[in-house]
Ligand binder design. Structure first.
Ligand code: 2PG
Ligand code: MG
Length: 441
């Protein structure tokens, strides 16, 4: 049977989980079947991310409208890819890259390009008569598929929350679960214990949630966050089964002039503690001590997004025991991942499809990590939609772990619940303690 082709593209401006506009693409194939895809949006974005095209017209959504990106889908991309084979996403993505012609997709906008790329991937899967995870698996050279460890971001700080906590994310990591379904249960139960604990210690006003569904209690130190997690895990009965991790997203609180990191950056200037301003070497020591005191398994972006050297120091110091993940450092871009591999900057990459803007390029970044025995940590964005593409992506690539927020808020649960369905349909095993073996199960 021959493949379907792209018959029509339509796009619209919808709202993401923060109430900001984003792009949704509707692809109609030659059989009249319709495939939707919605593009996520970050807040703590890396400097080298592909361009998220915004209108800048202050009279609409404070300048955040995406009507130009929407128009680019129908006026520019459609004429270029109409009639192309949906199963051949590599050619379609290549055509869009050529049409754009810029390094960071500033012409068409990565939000326009990615919406089309994701919709094409779904159409290609249908054309092949296979589920999306299976299709992605074939496109990626058939790595062994496995159910991922869900890393639940349950305490929020940084630019995602209104407290004085500098690091952005603190994860519950249920490595000791027998299945994904049980991992979700353990995470959700611990999340609810954490809520009661926070209410008791900091008052009910501290149980409001941040952008990714985690709590944003009135705390300001890593130790306070870790103590809360460890106590909640203990009360829930999962000590030794649920571990912890963090994404400090340190680019957001790096001071270029002094080449230092201010763990107190969110307090008013006159209330900041000078001992909380740390140089690179002190930051390495700091996390080493945290690792010795708490069941830490994963650390993402401990340094700013151009600091390959700092990351390499961290990886050399604790990378054996801890997965060190580069997010803003790489922006899912093979050019920067190559540099990271050469410098041994980290031992894993965060995979965010909208940082690079096409599925084909995302798969190339995955492959580079796979070839170098690196971990691949699939991720949502802080601004999300109910699109569940990344659930299929993490299974199809066999990455062994993903993060898509707390087990709370519909746009986060859309992914976790889709993973439940995939597990039920496939009976795939759970990565658990092997979570770092991305692409090599
Ligand atoms: C991150 C992400 C997702 P944002 O830093 O890893 O959690 O945040 O989407 O705001 O970049
Ligand atoms: Mg990050």
């Amino acid at each position: 049977m021959s493949s379907t082709t792209v018959a029509h593209l339509h796009a619209r401006e919808i709202l993401d989980s923060r109430g900001n506009p984003t792009v949704e693409v509707e692809l109609t194939d030659s059989k009249g079947q319709v495939f939707l895809a919605a593009v996520p949006s970050g807040a703590s974005t890396g400097d080298m991310e592909a361009c998220e095209l915004r209108d800048g017209d202050k009279s609409r959504y404070g300048g955040k409208g995406v009507l130009a990106a929407v128009a680019n889908v129908t006026d520019k991309i459609l004429p270029a890819i109409k009639g192309m084979t949906t199963e051949d996403i590599a050619s379609i993505d290549h055509t869009m890259l050529e049409l754009d012609g810029t390094k960071f997709k500033t012409n068409l906008g990565a939000n326009a390009i990615l919406g089309v790329s994701m919709a094409v991937c779904r159409a290609g899967a249908a054309s092949c008569g296979e589920p999306l995870y299976q299709h992605i698996n074939h496109l990626a050279g058939s790595p062994t598929m496995i159910m991922p460890v869900p890393c639940f971001n349950v305490i929020n700080g940084g630019v995602h929350a209104g407290n004085f906590l500098a690091p952005q994310e603190f994860f519950l990591i249920p490595l000791g679960a027998p299945t994904f379904r049980e991992a979700l249960r353990m995470g959700a139960e611990t999340y609810h214990v954490l809520k009661s604990l926070i209410a008791k210690k900091y008052g009910i006003e501290s149980t409001a949630v941040g952008d990714e569904g985690g709590f944003a209690p009135n705390i300001s130190t890593v130790e306070e966050a870790m103590d809360l997690l460890v106590e909640a895990i203990d009360i829930a009965g999962y000590t030794g089964h649920i571990y912890v991790g963090s994404d400090p997203a340190a680019s957001e609180w790096y001071n270029k002039e002094t080449d230092s990191y201010n763990f107190d950056f969110k307090r008013p200037l006159d209330q900041q503690d000078p001992s909380k301003v740390m140089k690179k070497e002190e930051v390495v020591k700091f996390w080493e001590e945290i690792k010795n005191k708490y069941p830490l398994k994963l650390l993402e972006d401990p340094f700013q997004d151009l600091d390959f050297e700092g990351h390499a120091l961290m990886t050399a110091a604790i990378g054996e025991d801890i997965e060190i993940v580069g997010d803003d450092l790489y922006c899912t871009n093979v050019e920067f991942v190559r540099k990271g591999v050469d410098l041994q900057a980290t031992n894993a990459m965060l995979l965010k499809v909208n940082q690079i803007g096409t599925i084909t390029e995302s798969l190339k970044a995955f492959k580079m990590c796979q070839d170098n025995q690196w971990g691949v940590f699939v991720s949502h964005r802080s601004g999300e939609t109910t699109d569940d593409f990344i659930a299929d992506l993490t299974v199809g690539l066999g990455t062994g772990h993903l993060k898509t927020g707390a087990p709370c808020r519909g746009e986060r649960l859309a992914k976790y619940n889709e993973l439940l369905r995939i597990e039920e349909r496939t009976g795939l095993g759970y990565a658990g303690y092997e979570f770092r073996n991305s692409g090599h199960f």
